[in-house]
Each structure stands twice: as C-alpha cells, then as structure tokens.
Design a binder for this molecule. Structure first.
Ligand SMILES: C[S@@+](CC[C@H](N)C(=O)[O-])C[C@H]1O[C@@H](n2cnc3c(N)ncnc32)[C@H](O)[C@@H]1O
Length: 308
C-alpha cells in the first residue's frame, strides 16, 4: 500500500469535512497557502499565435448562466450568413482556424491551460523533478492549447488524445510539432492496438484541461487514462466547481473525492480559480488539481465509487 506524504495528510485533514460540506465552503486562501504550489512565470502569449484570422462572432443574451455550458451557443457570420454554433460543436469550431481561440481565450478569457501548466510546473519544482522529463498524455487535447503550454515549459514528449478527428487536424494545422503523436480514440472503448501504442509511450503524466464532464470526457474514460500513468507520475486537470459538490450527479464528484482521499493519489495542489467568463461576463469557477500517482488503481475502484 502506498504511503502518504505529510502534505497529503495535511490536505486530507483540511478536507475532513468534505463529505458533508460543498467544496466552496472551504477556506481556499488558507488551504492554498498551505499547499506546495507557488505562483510561476505567466505564459502570457499562450493561445495567441494562431489568431491569424478574425472571425465575425456574435454572442447572445441567453448564455451559459441560464443554459448548460454544453448548450450555450454563439453565431459566426460568414458570407452574410449567421451560423449558430453550440460551444460544444467542436468539429465546426476547429474547422475554422482561430475561432476556438477567439471565442474561448480572447473573448471569454479562458485561463485553464496556463493555470494547470503553472501548478504542474510548480509541483514538479517543489519535488525537485524536471518538467523536461515528463512524457505527457493530454486527454481531450483539442487543437493543442495545453500541448502548447507544456512545450513552453520544455516537456520532452507529449501525446495528444481526443475523440474527434477534427481536433487532431486542427492541432496539426495550428500547432504543428506540438504533439509527438495524437490518438483519435474513445477511452471508454480503447482498441488493443491503441492501448498498446499508448503504453509504448511510458506515460508519466496525464493532463486533461477543460474537457472533463459536460458531455465531454466521462469518468470511465478519465479512469482509463489515469491507469496509463506510471506510479510516481503526475496528473493535472481542472473541473467545474459544481462537479465537486454534493449536488453533482455526473459521478465526477464521487470519483474525484474518493481519489483525493485514496492511497492512489498524493495531492500537491488544489486551487479554485476563474476558468473563464460566461458570455454575460460572469466568472465561471473551476478547480485545478495536480497530484502524484502513488499506486496502481484497481479495476474495482469505479464500482466502489458507484460510477461503473
Ligand atoms: C473544451 S475542449 C478543450 C480542449 C483543450 N484541452 C483546451 O484546453 O483548449 C474539450 C475537448 O474534449 C474533447 N472530448 C470530448 N469528449 C471526449 C472524450 N470522450 N474523449 C476524448 N476527448 C473528448 C472534445 O472533442 C474537445 O476537443
């Protein structure tokens, strides 16, 4: 059985009330000041490189504060036609170079790849490990925003994975060379070939940014990806704050809570931060989490969490 570090025990003690209280009831400033992360250099130009084409976009009044984040939509005006795109119409968004960056990063100020990258780097620094030695699996990689952040830190190997081919096409088009390989795969139903291929990368870090929940990556797919990470390897991801409170019924709440308290993960950094703005300018808060995997997670973990 894996041992827990002092930091992890402290965190577990801080979270003793978690099973009763929602996450936002916790004193975040106090908690964060006791954790290992420190603020790092800001990679301020991430995501700006591919803004080669400005699209005409129009936001609506009824945005994500009323609609679910997966239902929110906007219009892009092309040749006089208004095309309605949901935020989750990734195929259509990725087909248009720069549109994803313009909507989510330029207009809605998404900070998540930068945030997860920063705290991952800080956790490695604090553990006196080199970020350059990471071999990362970036799940839900999209057109490569997180890959770009990781490369900016000098990560040596980055393998992307997404469920739609348009994501890989956009990553190769907009950020050529960022990923050493890029798999189009459903992690709920991995083929033996893909599994073997990914195992060949000896992954020691999993990242998943702005991709968990909301009809995107379900718990069993995230679980499968976690299992590729070698013991002693790293995990960095973000998740909407409501996914960690008692009202969540997507399974992520139970799964992540159980992981946090398990002997399989050693938490290094957990932070509530502004992921992005809604179309109305309302801040949307997420948690960013960095942890070290300390032991193999058994098959039955999902069933134990009541998720399978
Ligand atoms: C909001 S984008 C995030 C992309 C990138 N990580 C970023 O930070 O910009 C979510 C991505 O998750 C992908 N996705 C959704 N469901 C998925 C699944 N089951 N497996 C893998 N990727 C998935 C989508 O295709 C999309 O590219």
């Amino acid at each position: 059985m894996a041992t827990r570090t002092a930091g992890s025990k402290l965190l577990a003690a801080q979270f003793a009330n978690l099973r009763r209280a929602p996450f936002h009831a916790i004193e975040w400033d106090q908690l964060n000041s006791q954790m290992k992360g420190r603020s790092a250099d800001v990679r301020s130009n991430i995501g700006t490189k591919v803004m080669r084409h400005r699209h005409r976009i129009r936001f609506t009044q009824n945005d994500g504060t009323n609609l679910g984040q997966d239902e929110a939509y906007f219009f892009v005006v092309e040749d006089g036609d208004q095309i309605r795109l949901r935020f989750h119409d990734y195929e259509e968004i990725y087909r248009r170079p720069g549109l994803y960056e313009q909507v989510f990063y330029d207009r809605l100020k998404c900070s998540s790849p930068k945030k997860v990258g920063e705290i991952l780097k800080e956790a490695l620094d604090d553990s006196e490990q080199s970020v350059t030695e990471l071999r990362v699996l970036d799940l839900g990689a999209g057109n490569g925003m997180m890959g770009e952040v990781l490369r900016s830190y000098g990560v040596s190997r980055i393998v992307g994975a997404d469920i739609i081919p348009e994501a890989r096409e956009a990553a190769h088009r907009d950020r050529p060379g960022i990923y050493d390989d890029y798999y189009i795969a459903d992690f709920c139903n991995l083929t033996d070939d893909t599994r073997e291929d990914i195992e060949g990368w000896s992954v020691n870090c999993l990242t998943s940014v702005a991709a968990l929940g909301f009809d995107d990556i379900p718990v069993p797919a995230f679980f499968e990806a976690l299992r590729f990470v070698q013991n002693g390897g790293w995990v960095g991801f973000n998740i909407k704050e409501t996914f960690l409170d008692n009202s969540d019924n997507s399974g992520f709440s139970r799964f992540v809570r159980e992981l946090i308290f398990s002997e399989y993960l050693d938490i290094h950094h957990l932070e509530r931060y502004r992921h992005r703005l809604s179309m109305d300018g309302v801040p949307l808060y997420y948690f960013a989490l960095v942890a070290q995997k300390t032991a193999e997670i058994p098959d039955e973990f999902l069933t134990l969490c009541d998720v399978a």
